[in-house]
Ligand binder design. Structure first.
Ligand code: XMP
Ligand code: MG
Length: 194
């Protein structure tokens, strides 16, 4: 285990098993349809790569990069599109693939925006969902795991852009981000201790 990880929440095996289950469920639900998997960069990349291979349907994959305005620990719900989809979605069944839902504001904004593009259908698949009170709830159609309201890294999730390559999901030691209650979600420079 990486020295900066306090606790492993989900092992590589647990993640992969859950993804196989999600893949089977999505395959059943979308049978006879073409689906567009819409991944959010960068955190959802490992998840979408594994999930896509667990789905037995004709499917397309595209990505959006979005960044949230506001201060760094709290998302504001105002979202800027850094990279948009390649084409229109009005003839597609869109399944959003998200790494983690925290306040839910980013996802709520994304859903509102995509609905205005009139997809044939729009659903959400998230690997992780934090158990916390929310101002705005977005219904998640497919969920990997519920997690406690702790900052997690690995399997695509980062702290200061690091740890995305860990094959498991773990809770970061508070000492890594200076022991404050919660680390900042977006960092321009890596943490000192590395
Ligand atoms: P909201 O609050 O809008 O934010 O749902 C979702 C985005 O915040 C990031 N985020 C995290 N990233 N570990 C991370 O590596 C976490 O525990 C965590 N919580 C939130 C992430 O980018 C997500 O898309
Ligand atoms: Mg991040």
């Amino acid at each position: 285990m990486h020295e900066d990880i306090a606790e492993v929440l989900f092992t590589e095996k647990q993640i992969q098993e859950r993804i196989q289950e999600l893949g089977r469920q999505i395959t059943e639900d979308y049978r006879g349809k073409n689906v567009l998997l819409l991944g959010t960069l960068k955190g959802a990349v490992p998840f979408i790569a594994d999930l896509a291979r667990a789905i037995e349907l004709p499917l397309e994959i595209d990505y959006m990069a979005i960044s949230s305005y506001g201060n760094s620990t709290q998302s504001s719900g105002i979202v800027r599109i850094v990279k948009d989809l390649e084409g229109p979605i009005d003839n597609k069944h869109v399944l959003i693939i998200e790494d983690i839902i925290d306040s839910g504001l980013t996802l709520a904004y994304l859903v509102d925006m995509l609905k205005r593009r009139n997809p044939l259908s729009l659903r959400i698949c998230a690997l992780l969902d934090k158990e916390r009170p929310r101002a705005k709830t977005v219904p998640v159609d497919y969920l990997g795991f519920s997690i406690p309201d702790k900052f997690v890294v690995g399997y695509g999730l980062d702290y200061a852009q690091y740890y995305r390559n860990l094959p498991y999901i773990g809770i970061l030691k508070p000492s890594v981000y200076g022991g404050t209650e919660e680390p900042e979600k977006e960092h321009s420079s890596p943490a000192e201790k590395r």
